[in-house]
Design a protein around this ligand. Structure first.
Ligand code: B12
Length: 229
């Protein structure tokens, strides 16, 4: 393995606006998904985004695809992360692969993050404005450091505006009221959510400089609200 292994992966991802989101070596006897040659993976490196950095890359790619492509962001992510995986001897997996892989559990381990009251992980710099687009599974151990303990911004947030802005109180200590959220977003009063994104998520005061532009939030909300086939 080249001494610049992780830096080289970062450079390949940066061409698509993507970043490494930490990783770790699995423990002995841990049940892990297979790597590139079907042997159980020894390590995982998460790939994702801070703010909406991949958006211009994704939109350029969209311009060359059929207009009615289903799940275009997943398709783009699988394509570009798949190329990086091939180059570096890994198998690429997606957060949308079924059965679902435990991306948030991996992320908590990889970057020491904790969930916000919304379920979205809170990042000390990006706030709620980050996501995972894939992961690289290796059959070798990777030279990666354990994450440093980071502060959990929600602990210091007294007013919790994220729990007070949704007209149907979709997020509560009991969890996420998926049906209520969906009905509201699709309904006649859901226009602000459809055009500018989740009101609770947008009420969070942290990571404001990484907030996704309205166009990006509208794209994600449309994909959330679209009838599932
Ligand atoms: C199913 C799913 C949903 C379902 C949840 C249904 C339910 N009640 O279970 C629905 C469709 C509601 C949903 C919505 C959203 N989701 Co979602 N979702 C997933 C998905 C594909 C699988 C979750 C899962 O079961 N994993 C399997 C278990 C074993 O893994 P896990 O790590 O233990 O899973 C954790 C999550 O399930 C979490 N959880 C449980 N319920 C909910 C609900 C929400 C809203 C969130 C964010 C997390 C969450 O708790 C588990 C324990 O840690 C993950 C990707 C993934 N592979 O994990 C994304 C994921 C959790 N979602 C994500 C996001 C951002 C959202 C949205 C907030 C935004 C969006 N995508 O439009 C929306 C909320 C809608 C809104 N109004 O804005 C991100 C979170 C990123 C982060 N920074 O933490 C993920 C990781 C996808 C990604 N590409 O990054 N989601």
């Amino acid at each position: 393995m080249s001494p610049r292994f992780l830096e080289d992966i970062s450079a390949a991802l940066a061409e698509h606006g993507l970043i490494q989101r930490g990783g770790f070596n699995f423990g002995d006897g841990e049940e892990t998904p297979p790597g590139p040659s079907s042997v159980l993976a020894k390590s995982v490196l998460l790939v994702g985004q801070a703010g909406a950095a991949p958006w211009p890359h994704f939109r350029r790619w969209c311009g060359q695809q059929p207009a009615e492509l289903e799940n275009p962001l997943d398709t783009w992510s699988r394509e570009v992360i798949g190329q990086v995986a091939q180059e570096f001897g890994a198998r690429a997996v997606s957060p949308s692969d079924k059965p679902w892989l435990p991306f948030q559990q991996w992320a908590m381990r990889a970057e020491g993050l904790k969930p916000s009251p919304l379920g979205i992980l809170m990042h000390p710099e990006y706030g709620l404005w980050h996501a995972y687009r894939g992961a690289l599974l290796f059959e070798i151990e990777i030279p990666i450091q354990e994450p440093r303990e980071s502060i959990h911004l929600c602990d210091a947030c007294v007013g919790k505006p994220c729990m007070k802005s949704c007209p149907v109180e979709a997020y509560s200590p009991d969890g996420f009221a998926y049906e209520a959220c969906l009905a509201h977003v699709r309904g006649s009063n859901g226009a602000p959510c459809r055009s500018g994104g989740c009101l609770d998520r947008n009420a969070c005061p942290y990571g404001a400089q990484y907030r996704y532009p309205a166009e990006v939030q509208a794209f994600h909300m449309a994909s959330f609200a679209r009838p599932k086939r």
